[in-house]
Design a protein around this ligand. Structure first.
Ligand SMILES: Nc1ncnc2c1ncn2[C@@H]1O[C@H](COP(=O)(O)OP(=O)(O)O)[C@@H](O)[C@H]1O
Ligand SMILES: C[C@@](O)(CCOP(=O)(O)O)CC(=O)O
Ligand SMILES: [Mg+2]
Length: 386
């Protein structure tokens, strides 16, 4: 018995961080995925183990089911058909299970992901032996939503084999969940994101679940249908950072300067709303596309300025901004900042020669450039034959 799920990463076009404080934000899925494969054992030798393989990291974790039962015996079985938040007591028990596995020092950031996995697994599947294999095309901790794609892919695979969701695994290829099933996957994935981000807004798991392009505010999504082509260059500064710490840093700044920060968050809210309107305004002719691209670029630059106000830019991000500005291209950080990835708007009429020059200059600085497809499908499942 095997099921696979894949969930996309995302870019945030405007509104990261401010969205945690109630402002609107705009995000789109990208065609880089995290895959989760869930297999229930058929041979008796694997009968009492829960295994998690992180293939790209060459890491494998395994726990005897009896050990997991023992850990949770103090607090009761977390098994639940309703999305449930992991309490601090449960998180401590899970931390104990992970400590026994001794993660190499250089990969210790993965512990929050493994905690999210253990919580989702025991809640959705209880104490059932299985092997879960994870692979990802997304760079981890770079602002492209690897944590959400991880939580969404795992939730989807686990739910696909639960009583909460009935799916037909006979058809080949990648298949869509129904709307109510997506809602459930999204809610569980949010509980995973809580463990990894501390205080997530929910935008990343929502766009990874439903795909395409969304405006998101206070937990509510509005689907956006862009009427213009959108091409972005993604530059990965390769400076590692952690979303949880950056989100906490902005909250602390908000506590120190509540009046000033409320203006910053309000300004971001207006920028996101305007950006969503520009994307959706009716297409007329090529000139209007150019005008709209100019507006988008300006809004992205204004958003970047406000992210600097929040204290989440970084020297490496500033280097990308300076480099792209030489070519009159607008850029902003995407995701939590502090390093990670930067978006640069590539106008439709920009020549390939200029794009090649910018990329080569950015790569000379040691950065990695990616071009991705924006706004594809959200989470999907398959019977393992794809
Ligand atoms: N494929 C994966 N395997 C294990 N953990 C993962 C995976 N993808 C993401 N994570 C978890 O998410 C964390 C990165 O999330 P975060 O700091 O929010 O950055 P981002 O979401 O931008 O990639 C990792 O340190 C790890 O705990
Ligand atoms: C900073 C934030 O707005 C986005 C974080 O995205 P990422 O984890 O850096 O991909 C946090 C959130 O909305 O939960
Ligand atoms: Mg994240």
């Amino acid at each position: 018995m095997e099921v696979k799920a894949r969930a996309p990463g995302k870019i945030i076009l405007s509104g990261e961080h401010a969205v945690v404080h109630g402002s609107a934000a705009v995000a789109a899925s990208i065609d880089l995925y995290t895959h989760a494969t869930l297999t229930f054992p058929t041979s008796p030798e694997h009968e009492d183990m829960l295994k998690l393989q992180l293939k790209d990291m060459a890491l494998e974790f395994s726990w005897p089911i009896s050990r997991i039962k023992l850990a949770f015996s103090q607090l009761g079985v977390p098994f639940s058909s309703k999305p449930t938040t992991c309490s601090s007591e449960s998180l401590k028990l899970i931390a104990g299970l992970i400590e026994e596995q001794s993660i190499p020092e250089a990969k210790v950031a993965l512990a929050s992901g493994v905690s999210a996995f253990l919580w989702l697994y025991t809640c959705i599947q209880g104490f059932r032996p299985a092997t879960v294999v994870i692979t990802s095309e997304l760079p981890l901790g770079s602002g492209l939503g690897s944590s959400a794609a991880f939580s969404v892919a795992i939730s989807a695979a686990l739910l696909a084999f639960s009583d909460s969701i009935k799916i037909d695994l006979r058809r080949p290829g990648w298949l869509d969940f129904e709307e109510l099933q997506l809602d459930l996957v999204n809610k569980w994935a949010f509980e995973g994101e809580r463990i990894i981000h501390g205080k997530p807004s929910g935008i990343d798991n929502t766009v990874s679940t439903y795909g395409n392009m969304i405006k998101f505010k206070n937990g509510n999504l509005t689907r956006i249908k862009s009427s213009m082509p959108l091409k972005m260059l993604i530059t990965n500064t390769k400076v590692g950072r952690n979303t949880k710490a950056l989100v906490a840093g902005v909250s602390e700044r908000n506590i120190r300067h509540p009046d000033a920060m409320s203006f910053v968050f309000n300004a971001v809210d207006s920028i996101s709303k305007e950006l969503a309107n520009v994307l959706q305004s009716p297409a007329l002719d090529e000139l209007s596309i150019t005008e709209r691209e100019e507006k988008l670029g300006e809004l992205m630059e204004m958003n970047q300025g406000l992210l600097q106000c929040m204290g989440v830019s970084h020297a490496s991000i500033e280097t990308v901004l300076r480099t792209t500005l030489k070519y009159k291209l607008a850029s902003k950080l995407t995701g939590a900042g502090g390093g990670g990835c930067v978006l640069t708007l590539l106008p439709t009429l920009l020549s390939g020669t200029i794009i090649d020059k910018v990329i080569s200059e950015l790569e000379t600085c040691g950065f990695q450039c990616l071009t991705v497809k924006i706004g594809g499908n959200g989470v999907e499942f398959s019977n393992g034959s794809s």
